[in-house]
Design a protein around this ligand. Structure first.
Ligand code: FAD
Length: 391
């Protein structure tokens, strides 16, 4: 039996940050993870360069049943605090569009930084430990296939359900339920959308095409790259809208977000009367997409013969093409999990469960999900750091 002050389950982004913060306050911390590699999602994140935070981090970039919940943690440990840490460790980084910060080199630098911070706090990291039991009497007891641990404080940091192949499990959600905490409905987030029937048949023919587009759903609008795949639509614009999409809803794709398509087509009708619609659209969009759109949705007269109705139809497709996804690609490739442990159960300052003193939950396991762009790691850093100060 190994006695300690704090057990953190999950050596991911939030767990390592929490452990480092607590260890550096002089607390004795053990981190237990069932896989043999700490921070495996950090290593593959951001295409291997880790989009570790965003300059525009703000509460409205997060989805949660309680949109105010994130405020305290994001304020206590902000993107600036994380950037300061990255600078202290002399990790070179750069800004990309929409305030996204990425390492210049490998994402491993971020993991190494967290492991260094843990080492400063003398954190004991135990990898490859399969959890076999968790209980609470006067203290928490964690049983694993390689021994048992007891402590007065326990941090659930096992993340969400996304990418089981990398070690994701529903452990935190199940444990929370067993401790009597409510869990909100979960679903895959930041995930490609699938289509069926005739729509899929012709989308598939466009597989590989990428362009900038604006995707909208209700009031939400994201302008980023759109990618056609053999199963439907992907790319950052689709991943962003997927967080808001619910089964049965239509999404709208603006393929010419800078232009009023009616005005553009009317101008071409006057200036290029002999050109076919397909030719004109090929000048505005990737040629394969233009051909695909005309073949599946539009007639192909010369611009001179394009009727008012046909022009309006083509323009509507360019500025507001409506599509109804049949589903998402699921947890297998979703970057995050929407929903999770109900924020009503937790203190927003310390991430401690109101009903179970000594139990904290951090990171993706909580019902907090960020947009694409470094927001999810920032939540992991902020929530982890706050719990690390409180435990
Ligand atoms: P995780 O980092 O998932 O850590 C959970 C840990 O718990 C893991 O080490 C896991 O092995 C362990 N664990 C799980 N179950 C058990 C169990 N039963 N017993 C013991 N241990 C267990 N976000 C960004 O902000 N920027 C990005 O660039 C970015 N890129 C991403 C790319 C991909 C491909 C994916 C999948 C996600 C990406 N994300 C990104 C999201 C980000 O990785 C997560 O939001 C973040 O890792 C959540 O941190 P966490 O500590 O809560 O969970």
């Amino acid at each position: 039996m190994f006695e300690t002050e704090i057990i953190v389950i999950g050596a991911g982004a939030a767990g390592l940050m929490c452990a480092a913060a607590a260890g550096q306050r002089g607390r004795r911390v053990v981190v237990v993870d069932h896989v043999g590699q700490a921070g495996s999602k950090i290593l593959i994140s951001g295409g291997g360069r880790c989009n570790f935070t965003n300059l525009g981090v703000a509460p409205d970039r997060y989805l949660s049943a309680n949109p105010h919940f994130v405020k305290s943690a994001l304020k206590q440990f902000s993107q600036t605090d994380f950037i300061d840490m990255v600078r202290r460790h002399r990790i070179a980084f750069h800004e990309r569009r929409w305030g996204k910060l990425f390492c210049d080199g490998s994402a491993r630098a971020i993991l190494d930084m967290l492991l260094d911070e843990c080492a400063v706090g003398r954190v004991d990291i135990r990898l490859g430990h399969r959890v076999t039991g968790l209980s609470k009497s006067d203290r928490f007891r964690l049983d694993t296939d390689r021994g048992s641990f007891v402590a007065p404080r326990l941090v659930l940091a096992t993340g969400g359900l996304s990418i089981p192949k990398m070690g994701a499990t529903g452990f935190a959600l199940d444990a929370a339920r067993r401790f009597g905490l409510a869990v909100t409905e979960t679903r895959p987030g930041l995930v490609p959308l699938r289509f069926g029937g005739d729509e899929l048949a012709w989308l598939r023919a466009l597989s590989g095409i990428s362009l900038e587009a604006e995707i909208s759903l209700g009031k939400r609008r994201f302008r980023e790259a759109l990618l056609f795949t053999h199963r439907g639509l992907s790319g950052p614009a689709i991943l962003q809208i997927s967080n808001y999409w619910r089964s049965g809803q239509a999404i709208s794709v603006n393929l010419l977000p800078d232009d009023d398509a009616i005005a553009v087509l009317a101008e071409r009708k006057a200036s290029r009367p002999k050109a076919e619609l397909k030719t004109i659209l090929s000048e505005l969009l990737p040629a394969r997409l233009a051909h695909g759109l005309v073949d599946s949705h539009l007639p192909n007269p010369t611009m001179a013969n394009l009727s008012k109705g046909q022009l309006a139809q083509a323009a509507a497709l360019l500025n507001g093409w409506t599509l109804v996804p049949t589903g998402s690609e699921g947890y297998g490739i979703a970057e995050v999990t929407l929903g999770g442990i109900d924020t009503d159960e937790l203190s927003s300052k310390t991430l401690e469960a109101k009903k179970v003193p000594g139990l904290h939950v951090v990171g993706e396991a909580v019902d907090v999900t960020g947009w694409l762009g470094g927001y999810n790691f920032q939540w992991a850093w902020s929530s982890g750091w706050c719990a690390g100060q409180a435990v």
